[in-house]
Design a protein around this ligand. Structure first.
Ligand SMILES: O=P(O)(O)OC[C@H]1O[C@H](OP(=O)(O)OP(=O)(O)O)[C@H](O)[C@@H]1O
Ligand code: HPA
Ligand SMILES: [Mg+2]
Length: 180
């Protein structure tokens, strides 16, 4: 698995530090409020688990599963809800937790759906952002790292469902795609 990585972009320590920083900022901004945190499966599962440990305001959390990439490194443009929330969002301060924003299609679709459920507010935290790849306009409220246009894996992010368990984030070697 480690042999398929061309370059480590962020080490476990760098990720941990950034996640702590994001948790602190979010906690400051939501002082005196309760959060409803939504993890966008599967990619955000590790980020969400680490992030909530650094949020100090009371919160509830739930998971949504959507998918647009399938086995490819390109978004299909069609976002499917595979698992929805278990509770209504009416009046809640919602924080959507995403691992990465690429084209922006997944999130713009999700934000649209969640706003129609009459949440009091909807904001977004994304650990990674690739603004150069946007096809719809979208800026997250909180961003960890801004990335060049490279396909990354690790810390929850996959290529064809693999590499999510790498504790760091890296760029895959081209030969891994061409074998597929
Ligand atoms: O901005 P976009 O171009 O929409 O890309 C970002 C989305 O794509 C990935 O999810 P994917 O659909 O691959 O599912 P996964 O989280 O289960 O890997 C990633 O986790 C984001 O949710
Ligand atoms: O760079 C990426 N890596 C993994 N999944 C992704 N989904 C969108 N962009 C990426
Ligand atoms: Mg993916």
């Amino acid at each position: 698995m480690h042999n398929d990585i061309k370059e480590v972009l962020y080490t476990e320590q760098q990720l941990e530090q950034k996640v702590q920083e994001l948790g602190r900022k979010i906690s400051e901004d939501y002082q005196g409020r309760n959060l409803f945190v939504i993890c966008v499966l599967k990619g955000a599962f590790i980020f969400m688990a680490d992030l909530v440990k650094h949020i100090t305001v009371p919160l509830e959390l739930d998971f949504m599963a959507v998918s647009s990439y399938g086995q490819s490194t390109k978004s299909s443009g069609v976002v499917k809800i595979i698992k929805d929330l278990d509770v209504p969002l009416e009046g809640r301060d919602v924080l959507i937790v995403e691992d990465i924003i690429d084209s922006g299609l997944t999130l713009s679709y999700l934000i649209d759906i969640l706003e129609r459920r009459n949440a009091h507010s909807v904001s977004v935290v994304a650990l990674f952002d690739k603004p150069a790849r946007r096809t719809v306009e979208l800026t997250p409220d909180y961003t960890g790292f801004t990335l060049p246009d490279e396909f990354i894996v690790g810390y929850g992010l996959d290529y064809a469902e693999k590499y999510r368990n790498l504790p760091y984030v890296g760029i895959l070697k081209e030969e891994v795609y061409s074998k597929a």
